[in-house]
Design a protein around this ligand. Structure first.
Ligand code: ADP
Length: 373
């Protein structure tokens, strides 16, 4: 009974449990190992375990045996292994010795856990912290610098000017922190999307209205042509959808010289809703178009240096659109302008009528989706 129970525990656990001889021949291979490595026990028992090592990976069998002989049990041994489909896995191994009747080391038991995903998140976090601290330093230095200057001058007009600059640096800092937090949430897959079906017209109008003042201040013409009808609906998170439009419109206004034009069009097209934000601004250099969605990427032109920004807006925008099942694409030409096209699948008219009873699937790749009550 005890033996049967043990066998059923070994077979039902999610961990891969393997045993091998000292020279690497596989003795047992549980279901967890079948799932983790993609090889069936019937095909691998009796074979050398070398097929689980990545190509060009120095085999660590001798090394491990040596440690076990010295009486060590290897815990949290993090290494790389290979699946049947060729994909590399980061695994956390616990390796223990199996002894014969005279106490001699005869075989090895390995428990393997797949930590590829956690490892990727950890690496991203590390990279994020190092970039974030670097990026935060610039506005912080400006902020403290201007405050120190304001404190040291006896001229009140000059002091006010320095305080004004410190204030602007503080605003840049706030924007950077907000964007960094959003990026961190996206990278750790902590963004929760409140997905619902809606007609995008109202949000489009709101986002355009919000940019009315900065556009007027720059003497930009702001146009909106809406060909959507009330029946044209998309399934997305309205707050994030608003954020996407706002980011794109802010960029269009920011990177267009005084007297230029920013126009937004929205129309249904072949099962999609297509929204275009077009500007007559400075444009993006063709050679930079493939980098434009990278974190912290900014082009350094006279206008963009003056306009300020974090280089995170398009990264966030693209991630949000992708996670809501839409697509985003940019065409641009230097000194001519930029066209950003965002598309979302149109909710079919038939589905809309039944949507009250039939809740659409909330699962989408890369993000947790919550359906609005
Ligand atoms: P930010 O605007 O904060 O710098 P973004 O990620 O929104 O960051 O944009 C990255 C870069 O792409 C900008 O710095 C700018 O050089 C360029 N860019 C984005 N949108 C436009 C646009 N409409 N016209 C010209 N350049 C743009």
């Amino acid at each position: 009974m005890g033996q049967e129970l043990l066998t059923s525990i070994v077979e039902s656990t999610d961990d891969a449990i393997i045993s091998r001889t000292l020279d690497g021949r596989i003795l047992t291979w549980n279901r967890g190992a079948e799932r983790l490595y993609g090889h069936k026990a019937s095909k691998v028992v009796g074979k050398h375990i070398g097929f689980t090592f990545p190509k060009d990976f120095p085999p660590d069998i001798d090394d491990i045996n040596e440690k076990l002989r010295r009486g060590e049990r290897l815990e949290r041994y993090v290494t790389t292994r290979r699946r049947k489909d060729g994909r590399e896995l980061v695994v956390d191994l616990t390796i223990s010795p199996l002894h014969g009747p005279d106490g001699e080391l005869t075989a090895v038991a390995i428990i393997a856990r797949d930590i590829t995903y956690q490892n990727m998140l950890m690496n991203r976090q590390r990279e994020f912290v190092s970039i974030a601290s670097h990026e935060l330093r610039t506005p912080l230095t400006a902020l403290t610098g201007y405050l120190a200057l304001a404190q040291s001058t006896k001229d009140s007009v000059q002091a006010n000017e320095f305080i004004g600059r410190a204030f602007m640096a503080a605003q840049r800092l706030t924007k950077l922190v907000e964007d960094l937090l959003e990026v961190a949430k996206l990278e750790e897959e902590r963004v929760v999307l409140d997905v619902t079906e809606f007609n995008p017209t109202r949000i489009l109008k709101e986002a355009i209205d919000e940019l009315g003042l900065p556009a007027r201040q720059k003497q930009l013409e702001l146009r909106f042509k809406n060909d959507l009808t009330a029946r044209d609906r998309i399934k997305a998170d309205p707050v994030k959808f608003h954020q996407v439009l706002r980011n794109l419109l802010e960029n269009a206004v920011k990177y267009t010289q005084a007297g230029g034009r920013v126009s937004v069009t929205a129309r249904p097209a072949a099962g999609l809703i297509r929204i275009r934000v077009r500007d007559t601004g400075i444009g993006i250099d063709e050679k930079n178009l493939d980098k434009i969605f990278n974190k912290f990427f900014r082009e350094y032109t006279e206008l963009s240096v003056h306009a300020g920004g974090t280089g995170l807006g398009l990264f966030i925008t693209k991630q949000l659109v992708d996670r809501m099942g839409g697509s985003l694409n940019i065409r641009s030409r230097r000194k001519t302008g930029t066209v950003v096209t965002v598309t979302f699948p149109l909710v079919p008219a038939r589905r809309q009528r039944t949507s009250v009873r039939k809740r659409p699937s909330a699962k989408r790749r890369g993000a947790t989706m919550r359906k609005k009550k």
